[in-house]
Design a protein around this ligand. Structure first.
Ligand code: SF4
Length: 355
């Protein structure tokens, strides 16, 4: 390459970096600007949490303000399994579960004597929606010799039909264990995660064809273009993304594992293919690293990255205050269903405790 071509390339690279930085600054400003009365509101919520003997548990994908409040009040910010486990061990009689509906259900299944409230009952998940209990049951009934393994992102009714519940953090280990038993396996509902695990473990599985609308959107071409601007950036990918994304990743893992990777990998820049809500905890864990959302859009799109779950975004301080004031949005699960859904979930907890 000639000297002038190399110079042009680096100027192009600088211009592209400016665009990326402007985008990141805009995202930051948006998060800051939503917090005008935040201090007073947080104080009110803190008092209500005490009055109601309640603990706030929040998912990594919720708004940074919600995560911050959970931390400040002795709650937890984590993935769905740890949220449920933390809630279960909490001494509070009420849990406020900021996430999506199945997370509230999981907390209730594990802690049936606690009151579980969610900021909104409308926050769902495309994996949960895409796996209706009746259809999934019929699918399982058609393959009675199969062990049924379902991802945590499912309704209580789907969990009740399963032999095992699994989370992305422990999926590979658990499937290796199940593969050693030699029985055929049904996996649902996330086809991408299922495919990733099947390839990792060499296990053949019957896959339910669900997917996450957020992780489905990450584009290999967008990541490759961003890599031209930041050639030393490591690509972190959640396995709910397409297998093409997994193939270009420097690291693949669950939310908790991705945070650890950003902290421990020597790279200074990261392209992150999961919901951007994770940046709050990831930046805490790796304060000297630069984090960029993996692109989700093609060249003609107006949005360069739409890496945020619309249902997770429904959780905000207003709704948390409302449920604490009025006791609304309680998760109620029929006792029989709770008992049936607990069995595969408890198996997961027991397996996780020893592996
Ligand atoms: S990010 Fe995807 S998997 Fe997570 S709750 Fe939203 S739709 Fe479901």
């Amino acid at each position: 390459m000639s000297q002038s071509a190399a110079l042009m390339m680096s100027q192009k690279q600088i211009a592209a970096r400016v665009l990326v930085q402007e985008h990141l600054a805009h995202e930051h400003l948006q998060a800051m600007s939503s917090g005008q009365d935040v201090g007073a509101q947080k104080q009110r919520i803190k008092c209500l949490l005490k009055q109601q003997d309640a603990t706030l548990v929040a998912h990594y994908y919720t708004d940074a303000l919600v995560q911050e409040l959970a931390e400040e009040t002795g709650g937890c910010v984590s993935d769905s399994l740890e949220m449920a486990r933390f809630g279960n061990h909490s001494l509070s009689s009420t849990l406020i579960v900021a996430g999506v509906h199945f997370m509230g259900e999981t907390a209730k299944i594990l802690s049936p004597t606690k009151r579980v409230l969610v900021p909104t009952l409308e926050a769902t998940c495309s994996l949960d929606i895409g796996c209706p209990a009746e259809e999934f049951t019929a699918f399982c009934d058609a393959h009675p010799d199969h062990t049924v393994v379902v991802y945590a992102n499912t309704s209580a009714a789907v969990k009740a039909r399963a032999d095992w519940v699994v989370t992305s953090g422990i999926a590979v280990k658990l499937m290796e264990h199940l593969a050693s038993e030699g029985k055929p396996i049904i996996w649902g509902p996330d086809q991408h995660l299922g495919r990733y695990i099947a390839k990792q473990t060499g296990t053949e599985m019957l896959l339910w064809q669900g997917s996450c609308i957020v992780h489905d959107e990450f584009k290999v071409i967008g990541v490759q273009q961003l890599k031209q601007v930041y050639p030393n950036a490591a690509v972190l990918v959640h396995p709910e993304s397409s297998y093409a994304m997994v193939e270009i990743a420097d690291f693949v893992g669950s939310t908790t594992q991705l945070i650890k990777a950003a902290q421990e990998m020597p790279n200074k820049e990261f392209i992150v293919a999961t919901d951007r809500g994770i940046f709050y905890k990831m930046q805490q864990a790796a304060p000297d690293k630069m984090l960029m959302e993996a692109p989700t859009a093609g060249n003609s799109a107006t949005c360069r990255s739409c890496a945020h779950c619309p249902w997770m975004a429904m959780n905000d301080l207003d709704k948390i205050e409302q449920v604490l004031l009025f006791g609304t949005n309680e998760i109620v699960i029929d006792a029989g269903l709770q008992e049936r859904a607990l069995k595969p979930l408890q198996r997961l907890m027991d397996f996780a405790a020893t592996n």
